[in-house]
Write a protein that binds this ligand. Sequence first.
Ligand SMILES: *Cc1c(COP(=O)(O)O)cnc(C)c1O
Length: 399
Amino acid sequence: MMDGPTERIILTPGPVTTSAVTKRATLRDFTPNEPDLLAFTAEFRRTLVELVNGQGAYVCVPLQGTGNAANEATLGTLVPRDRKLLIVNNGFYGERLKQIAAAIGVPFTAVDLPITEPVGVEQLEAALAAEPSLSHLVVCHVDTGTGLLNPIEPIAALCRRRGVGLIIDAIASFGGLPLDAAALAPEAIVLSPNKWLEGLPGIGLVLVRRTALAASAGRCHSFCLDLHRQWRSFEDHGVWRFTPPGQAIAALVAALHQYVAEGRVARLERVRRNWRCLVDGLRAQGFATVLRDEVASPVIATFHQPADPAYDRQRFFEAMWRQGFVMFRGSLTPFASFRIGCMGAFDQAVMAEVVRAVGRSMAEMGVTDGRPDPRRSRPNSAALRPNHVCRLPALPPPG
Ligand SMILES: *Cc1c(COP(=O)(O)O)cnc(C)c1O
C-alpha cells in the first residue's frame, strides 16, 4: 500500500514545496474586488516588474490559469496573424509551444534541435534571414523537460539587431536566473508563481512591453486569454476581469516577501547546492545525467533509467512516495529517464535525504547500481528529438 507521511517534499519541477508562512497566507476567503486583494494585486504586479528592472516600459498582466495558459495568451495576443513566429524547439516545452501555436492559428516556423544542446545564435540568424515575415521569436529560457539552459543574452541581442519581438518563456528561470528587461529588451516575459518564486499555482503572469500591449487590441484568438482586455480591466476599472484566484494571490505576495528577503542570488545558490548534491549523490550510485553539466540549469536534473533489469519505474516512484518524496511520473525524453526537481522551500540537507531515499529504493528493488545502458548514455544527438509525455497511471490516494 501507498502509505507514508502526509506532508511530502515535492520533487516535480513545479508545483513546488511551499513554506509554512506561504501556506498560512491562504487560510482565508477573498471576494473579487475587496481592498486587500486589490492591494495584493497592485503589490505583486509592481514587484515583478521591478525584479526585471522593467519600471516604466513594462507592465505585469496576471491571468487566471497556469503557465501554459500564459504562454497561449502571450502568443495569441502579441503575434499578428499576417506575420510569423519563430519557435526555438530543443525540448519538451519548445514542442509544447508548437502545439499551442498550431492550436490557436498563429503561423510559425520551428527550429527543431536535439534536446541536449542549447540553441546557437547562427541557427536563429539563418532562420530569421530566410523568412522576412518572422516578427517574433519565442524561446524557453530553461526547457524543463531536461533542464537545458538556452543562452538568453545572445538571442536577445540578435532579436534587437533584427527588430524581432522576443518572447521568453521564463517559467522555469524567472526568480533564479538573471533576467534584466532593460538590457535584454524582450517584448514579453512569461512566468509562473509556482516555480522559483515558491508560490501556489493558479496565476499565469506576463510582463509585457507597454507599447506592444497597447498595439495588440482585438488580436487575440480567445476572449478569456486576451492579455489586452485583461490589462485594460486593470487600467480602466482597477479590478480583475473575472474571479481572481484569491488564495494564489495571497500566497504569491507572501512568497515574494520571503523571496525578496532571501535575495535572487541566495535563492539561486540554494537551488544550485540542491542540484549539486543530487547530481553528485546519484552519480556516486552509478546514475548518469542526460545533460552534461555545462549546459544544465540547476532547476532539475534528468537521469537515464538504469539498465539493471530489476529496475521498475512504478516501484521506484512508490518507494520514494512512501519515504516522503513526490517525483514527476512521466518521462519527457525520447528514451526512458526520470527527473528530480531542485526548486522549492527546502535545502541541501533535504536533498541529501533524497539521495539516500533513491539508494534505499534501488536496494528494495534489487538494483545494484544506477548505470544506464551504455548505448543510451552516449546517444546519437540527432535522434534526440523532444518526445510527447508518457504518463503512468495515477497514484492511489494516500493512507
Ligand atoms: C512548468 C512550465 C510550463 C507550464 O506550466 P503549467 O503551469 O504546467 O501550465 C511551461 N514552460 C516551462 C518552461 C515550464 O517549466
